[in-house]
Ligand binder design. Structure first.
Ligand code: C5P
Length: 220
């Protein structure tokens, strides 16, 4: 149909979630947070006491992995099997292990299928999907593809403010450790061909949202 697909990738702390959600709100689009799905699965694995070194055990979770992530940017929530985990999936314990779940190819294939059906089906005029491999793997044919970047210092400062902690050093180390693990799976630091880079280092939140909205509106 005429539903516009927008793909946004970027590293941890780039602000892609909050920026994508605000842009979707402004445009009346759906918003799809793919990182939340990986986090929800990691949360479930921890909750069930699964040994994360055993891939086969993680895979047993997939057949009835029942997550529900609100695509209405005004009513964001995450549930797993009916349990609200919106805040729980941001827990540092989940952030610390999510990459180990996300690096399993069968996990990525399963979730990618779910992401694609969300992109295809919906009543809103468009959908912004954000993550690490949206511009390259999940939706390489998206009408608008954007890589949202920011300097490591800017990303660390934003994440520290978000978590309300004073030790930016520890936050910076966690961010770069997670990025390093994730980069072994997919490159989200360099824009693929046809992908527009939006560098938010010197932009504030509203300016970044406005820039993303402008890129989407410029689409013919
Ligand atoms: O975006 P967020 O930081 O919440 O993502 C959490 C984790 O989910 C990432 O660190 C990465 O391991 C995984 N992820 C992924 N592919 C995506 C989105 C997230 O592997 N498209």
């Amino acid at each position: 149909g005429t539903r516009i697909a927008v793909a946004v990738d970027g590293p941890a702390g780039s602000g892609k979630s909050s920026v994508s959600r605000a842009a979707a709100r402004e445009l009346g689009f759906d918003y799809q947070d793919t990182g939340a799905a990986y986090r929800a699965l990691a949360w479930l694995a921890l909750n069930r006491g699964i040994d994360l070194d055993r891939e086969a055990d993680i895979l047993t979770l997939l057949p009835d992995f029942d997550y529900d992530i609100g695509v209405d940017p005004n009513h964001y929530f995450v549930r797993v099997g009916g349990t609200p985990v919106t805040r729980e999936i941001r827990d540092p314990a989940v952030s610390a292990v999510v990459s180990r779940v996300a690096r399993i190819p069968a996990v990525r294939e399963h979730l990618t299928g779910l992401f694609r059906s969300r992109i295809a089906d919906g009543t809103r005029p468009g959908i912004i999907t954000e993550g690490r491999d949206i511009t390259t793997i999940v939706a390489p044919d998206a009408a608008v593809r954007v890589l949202l970047t920011a300097s490591a210092a800017a990303r660390t400062a934003r994440r520290a403010a978000e978590l309300d902690v004073s030790s930016t050093e520890a936050v910076g180390e966690q961010l770069s450790a997670r990025d390093a693990q994730d980069l072994a799976v997919v490159d989200f630091m360099n824009a693929a061909e046809g992908v527009t880079t939006l560098d938010s280092t010197d932009l504030d939140f509203d300016e970044t949202v406005a820039a993303l909205v402008a890129l989407i509106r410029a689409h013919p």
